[in-house]
Design a protein around this ligand. Structure first.
Ligand SMILES: [Zn+2]
Ligand SMILES: [Zn+2]
Length: 371
């Protein structure tokens, strides 16, 4: 199956979902208001929320796929998150509104009798949501899309809600027990929960969340395969979406290498990373001076001392410039001491070094599980 076919089947699923949710929301709201059933009104808001999120999803897919331009050099993929944020705020407002009405209903129920239209619209909803669940599952399997999977989960919840409503109608007609307010309460809480989840997902991405471990592992694998590099550190990855990923990493090379050779190696790694994981990565070169006997001697002694400081995971960028010894240390993940305290500890441990020392204390959050 070609990818275009997949996308069009996904888009078709989304279109059908928008129409179905829009119609369900409209009918349920109308019937809910006329009959005074808060649970039906709540379910209408629930469908409205599905309508809005799928709508934003569709616009999101359209805008996100626009290529980068002068004003948006990192592409447009984060639009989806902004859309999600706006929808989540609308849903919170609606959810709180339904919640307060449901609480009012608990005090004085307004649902006096179950109208036949309530049965019909809820049974239709059950059938429609069940078909949508099957449809979402099929497209999700073809596309492996998280959005479609979320659609499947949501449809399943709506099937459960429809069943709960039908039970509520039955209980009221049969035993004259009104549970409408309680059902409305539960559904409004579900709406609020969904809205919070949507907001949390959007905000973490916008804040710049940790890139996926799969991406980190892929980059590390390529770096490890290159035998001409002595080490790597300070990996940074910025993602603006699946299509726009940027990064930088330092690699350590033999300092006696010509610039041409070093550049060739860096270019090769950049290309491989781009091909394997579509990252635009920039490589910074750190020369290691293997041949200067004096600096080598200092390096070995410092290296030995640093190994005895338990908070330190590794060190890199060791160099002697104008008589000043410079290096960076990376702290272990669980190190709770402040950078200043560690720096003080290092300086005390290295008091035997005659040269002035310039030390940088780093915490690398991306490479912390790689040695
Ligand atoms: Zn470096
Ligand atoms: Zn270059």
């Amino acid at each position: 199956m070609n990818p275009n076919q997949n996308t069009s089947s996904a888009t078709k699923t989304v279109y059908i979902a928008i129409v179905a949710n829009g119609l369900l929301a409209g009918f349920k709201f109308g019937i809910g208001v006329i009959s005074g059933s808060i649970s039906l009104i709540a379910d209408a808001i629930n469908n409205l929320s599905d309508f809005l999120t799928t709508f934003v999803m569709l616009i999101g897919i359209k805008i996100s796929s626009k290529p980068a331009d002068e004003e948006h050099p990192y592409g447009h993929e984060r639009f989806e998150m902004i859309g999600g944020l706006i929808v989540s705020i609308i849903l919170m407002y609606a959810g709180i509104d339904v919640l307060t009405s449901a609480i009012d209903q608990l005090r004085n129920p307004t649902l006096e009798s179950i109208h036949i239209a309530m049965w019909i619209v809820t049974i239709i909803s059950l059938v429609v949501k069940f078909s949508m669940m099957v449809m979402y599952r099929k497209s999700a399997k073809q596309n492996g899309s998280e959005l479609l999977e979320a659609g499947e989960v949501d449809s399943r919840n709506d099937v459960i809600i429809a069943i709960a409503l039908l039970i509520g109608f039955f209980v009221q007609t049969q035993y004259n027990i009104v549970i409408d307010g309680y059902l409305g309460l539960i559904i409004s809480l579900l709406i609020l929960l969904g809205a919070f989840g949507l907001m949390r997902d959007a905000v973490t991405v916008l804040m710049g969340k940790r890139p996926s471990q799969k991406d980190i592992d892929a980059v590390v694998k390529i770096l490890k395969e290159h035998e001409d590099i002595a080490g790597y550190h300070d990996l940074l990855i910025h993602t603006y979406g699946k299509l726009h990923k940027f990064g930088s990493v330092h690699i350590e090379l033999d300092g006696s290498m010509t610039l041409n050779k070093a550049h060739e190696i860096a270019d090769k790694i950049e290309r491989e990373i781009d091909e394997m994981c579509s990252f635009e990565i920039v490589i910074h070169l750190d020369p290691i001076d293997y041949y200067d006997a004096k600096s080598n001697h200092v390096r070995l002694r410092i290296s030995k001392t640093l190994k005895n400081i338990p908070e330190i995971e590794s060190y890199h960028d060791f160099r002697v410039i104008d008589g000043i010894v410079e290096f960076d240390v990376v702290l272990k993940e669980d190190c709770e001491a402040s950078n200043e305290a560690i720096e003080k500890e290092i300086r005390e441990a290295l008091s035997f070094v005659e040269q002035p020392i310039e030390v940088n204390v780093d915490r690398n959050y991306l490479l912390r599980n790689h040695k």
